[in-house]
Design a protein. Structure first.
Length: 186
């Protein structure tokens, strides 16, 4: 067994931290699954299901608006929804570093805004490797996606979210938003 994996920088065992991270991920996934299943059980048709899904997204955004941990203001959310809605049907993935509550909370807010605007969030990922920085990272699979990434980058920057864009030929998704941890890399 490699003791470097299970110990923190101060030499203490990281089981509590690992358990907390796993529980956070499972908890968020379970909550979202529960909410979506509640909507699915009451659906009467495709149009009704979509309307209920959009209402659920709106209720979740309203719940976030009341949260003291909120990262995006009402004005930022409204502007993002206004600008993203004409592009509904486009897809992306969103990622945050596992165990970083602030980064994952912002990623969840961004996820909800995109979904409420009609975008398809293919995956919400928890990264095992911590990426740090001050700016949200837009990663595209190839140069053909750069125009789309630049439009999205301008939108996010216009609402006060700093952005950097990268090409990552090894990634599975055409477009991915990575919300990094703030501060030095672990």
């Amino acid at each position: 067994m490699n003791p470097g994996i299970l110990r923190t920088s101060k030499g203490r065992c990281g089981y509590a931290r690992i358990t907390t991270v796993l529980l956070l991920g499972v908890g968020v996934a379970a909550f979202l699954t529960f909410m979506y299943k509640r909507v699915d059980k009451s659906q009467t048709g495709t149009g009704e299901s979509f309307r209920q899904h959009m209402e659920l997204e709106e209720r979740m955004l309203q719940g976030l608006a009341k949260s003291r941990n909120r990262s995006l203001s009402d004005e930022q959310v409204a502007l993002m929804k206004k600008e993203l809605s004409p592009q509904k049907g486009e897809s992306l993935a969103i990622e945050c570093p596992m165990g970083d509550l602030k980064a994952c909370y912002l990623a969840l807010e961004i996820n909800l805004v995109f979904e409420a605007s009609g975008w398809i969030v293919e995956e919400f990922l928890f990264a095992a490797q911590r990426t740090s920085g001050e700016a949200v990272i837009l990663r595209v699979r190839d140069a053909s996606m750069m125009d789309r990434a630049k439009r999205l980058s301008l939108l996010l920057e216009s609402v006060g979210v700093p952005v950097t864009t990268q090409i990552d030929k090894g990634q599975v998704f055409n477009l991915k938003i990575l919300v990094p941890a703030k501060g030095p890399q672990a």
